[in-house]
Write a protein that binds this ligand. Structure first.
Ligand SMILES: NC(=O)c1ccc[n+]([C@@H]2O[C@H](COP(=O)([O-])OP(=O)(O)OC[C@H]3O[C@@H](n4cnc5c(N)ncnc54)[C@H](OP(=O)(O)O)[C@@H]3O)[C@@H](O)[C@H]2O)c1
Length: 305
């Protein structure tokens, strides 16, 4: 439990991850301010952040903003790619700048990134000591996103980068998009189905971010993925099982390439084997370490608050 009104500043706190994380923080007695493009209670705009700096008593800053890459309503145009890029890089940079300028420093800066920094492979295994690459749009984005989050070492602020897999929760992300097709028995694997699908339950992601705030020894890259490694087909089977539905209808790769454009369809049609070596070594305890328990929790018809 923090001392009275220790506060956390969350960039993108209105989103799928940000909402779950903010609720967890409040339940633990933290004050939460969200940096958002939209006004609202306990919010500040990105302009206010640049002008007025961090709110008082900010002990941690967490960067979670980002335009939804897999928004099926948005075509993969240069303009949309620019939004995807800027919504992560510029927001993270703004948080870093606010920390650099702040007269009273937070103790930790946590920034999310993605496992898309690793080259998709059926054979390579990646842990947090592995080097990311710059081989496509998403890997270059992750590199830039992580690099703007780096604070000058002499500030002495602890830094954590959480490279996240697909986050499973009923209220957002992939499950929200897949729920109805699976519910009506129309779900199944994407493409070949044997591509790895690094994943984590939203409850564990929110708790991992809190763990990174509260444990002063935690720093550097953490993989935000569950310890059980599954392929896309194994996920589809588990999700189907949790809904008591077959999951046999394969979504062909060419369809997804046409619908999403090949460059971003790769997020679904290719994958990486990602191991949470440091996350486990730090002693983080998962509530949903296996895909069956995670899918059972998210397979609810009515999303809960
Ligand atoms: N969900 C996943 O499976 C997953 C996996 C790996 C990594 N991540 C990363 O984790 C972060 C949070 O994911 P999420 O699923 O919570 O995302 P989300 O719900 O789609 O969006 C998070 C927030 O980003 C802000 N945002 C959206 N478009 C923006 C733009 N063009 N400019 C500035 N801000 C913008 C929005 O806040 P306002 O509308 O309040 O401004 C939104 O609430 C993202 O950076 C995402 O890339 C997510």
């Amino acid at each position: 439990m923090p001392s009275i009104m220790e506060s956390v500043l969350v960039g993108g706190g209105t989103g799928f991850v940000g909402t779950a994380f903010s609720q967890l923080l409040r339940s633990k007695g933290y004050g939460v301010t969200t940096v958002s493009r939209m006004p609202g209670p306990q919010r500040m705009s990105w302009t206010e952040l640049a002008e007025s700096g961090l709110p008082v008593n900010t002990v941690a800053v967490v960067s979670l903003a980002g335009q939804n890459v897999l928004d099926p309503t948005r075509r993969w145009t240069p303009g949309f790619k620019q939004n995807v890029w800027a919504s992560r890089v510029n927001t993270t940079q703004s948080l870093a700048n606010a920390i650099i300028k702040a007269p009273f420093k937070p103790k930790v800066f946590i920034s999310i990134s993605g496992v898309g920094i690793y080259q998709p492979s059926q054979t390579a295994e990646y842990n947090e000591d592995s080097h990311g690459g710059s081989f496509d749009f998403l890997s270059k984005l992750c590199q830039e996103w992580e690099s703007v989050a780096k604070l000058p070492a002499d500030l002495g602020i602890r830094q954590v980068t959480v490279r996240s897999g697909v986050i499973l929760g009923r209220n957002g992300g992939m499950v929200k998009q897949l729920f109805l097709p699976f519910y009506f028995g129309l779900g199944g694997p994407v493409g070949r189905g044997d591509q790895y699908m690094p994943w984590i339950h939203i409850h564990d992601m929110a708790n991992l971010l809190l763990f990174a705030i509260e444990n002063n020894n935690v720093q550097g890259v953490l993989h935000g993925v569950a310890p059980q490694i599954v392929t896309n087909k194994q996920f589809a089977k588990a999700f189907g099982r949790a809904l008591w539905r077959p999951a046999l209808i394969r979504l062909p790769e060419f369809v997804i390439n046409i619908a999403f454009s090949e460059e971003r369809a790769k997020i679904m049609t290719e994958g990486q084997k990602v191991i949470p070596k440091r996350t486990l070594a730090y002693g983080f305890q998962y509530k949903y370490p296996d895909i069956d328990s995670a899918c059972r929790q998210v397979a609810k018809l009515i999303p809960s608050k």
